[in-house]
Design a protein around this ligand. Structure first.
Ligand code: NCD
Length: 317
């Protein structure tokens, strides 16, 4: 049953600052709410997680968020789903909807698939990452983490500068993060070689730089991204060929764009380091930085549960 206005959280691009702040404010409220009160909010409801692409962190985070709100979680992993038998994404989602779930959390390889599914369903769909398009709850958790680190309890990020470093071209994390952070008033610079941070990403509302060393001293937060080799050649090809197409060599990439202790020491006092995970230690970020005092990587994970609670509550109540 196609619906003219799909329900759910599909993207952050296009949301108003007030809507983004609403999620973040609620995430903070839910954090200090008593566990038993929280567990009444969605008691007896069902949330289905439908992941057509690998994930550990995001799927677990949504499951914990739903459980803290009192909902039951039905997890449909790719290996057990009928997608392997040729059933389409939409058919699978319709079947899950027909079983009476209150929301579907969807991750898929194709950009736009969350919107496609939402358009065919009545229940709300939460996009947990669709191809290179968006990963809205990651954008919200990054905004929450940066706002809290800089004492912006009102979620007004004016005057803050944030660098996204690395594979912006493939990154739904960067797309959603840039949408949220610019809407809240921050200035964003995308940093990387032309193959990973092409000039066309300016259309997202950010600046572009090829020079991480020049950018480092001027930013309040730096978000390091994994090189997503698996997205560089949708048509397949040997991993080495793909690597060669994206960057000249991993060693050269690390020298120019990796965040090591020496680069991190040139950050402003108070500047923080984020990474959505999974981390490639020794490539885009060194262990002493990832585990160091400026790193908010685990804080991001904790904040992720809170924003996902806020999102599920907003769409299921
Ligand atoms: C990211 C993703 O899947 O888009 N990770 C995540 O959600 N924790 C980033 C990545 O895969 O590099």
């Amino acid at each position: 049953m196609p619906d003219a206005s799909p329900r759910g959280l599909l993207a952050l691009r296009g949301l108003l600052a007030g809507e983004i702040r609403g999620y973040l404010r609620r995430a903070v409220e839910l954090e200090s709410m008593e566990a038993s009160a929280c567990a009444r909010l969605l008691a007896g409801r069902h949330v289905a997680t439908l992941f057509f692409e690998d994930s550990t962190r995001t799927r677990t985070s949504f499951a914990i968020a739903a459980q803290r709100l009192g909902a039951h979680v039905v997890d449909l992993s790719v290996a057990t789903s009928s997608v392997n038998k040729g059933e389409t994404l939409v058919d699978t989602a319709r079947n899950v909807e027909a079983m009476g779930v209150g929301a579907l959390v969807v991750r898929a390889r194709q950009s736009g698939s969350a919107a496609l599914i939402a358009g065919a369903l009545r229940v709300p769909v939460i996009n947990a990452g669709d191809g290179r398009h968006e990963h809205p709850t990651q954008g919200l958790l990054d905004a929450l983490t940066i706002a809290r680190a800089h004492g912006r309890g009102d979620f007004d990020l004016s005057g803050l500068s944030v660098a996204y470093v690395g594979d912006l071209a493939s990154s739904r994390v960067a797309r959603s993060g840039i949408a949220a952070l610019t809407t809240l008033g921050a200035r964003i610079v995308g940093v990387g070689p032309p193959a990973l941070a092409p000039d066309s990403i300016r259309a997202l509302g950010c600046e572009v730089s090829r020079d991480l060393d020049a950018v480092i001293p001027g930013v309040d937060a730096v978000v390091m991204l994994r090189i997503q080799f698996e997205r560089h050649d949708a048509g397949g090809g040997a991993p080495d060929t793909r690597k060669a197409a994206a960057i000249a060599s991993v060693r050269e990439y690390r020298t120019l764009y990796g965040l090591d202790a020496s680069r991190a020491s040139r950050l402003k006092p108070g500047a923080v380091v984020l990474h959505p995970g999974p981390i490639n230690r020794g490539i885009e970020i060194d262990s002493d930085v990832a585990d160091g005092p400026r790193s908010l990587i685990l804080r991001q994970v904790s904040n992720g549960v809170l924003v996902r609670m806020a999102v599920l509550e907003r769409w299921m109540r």
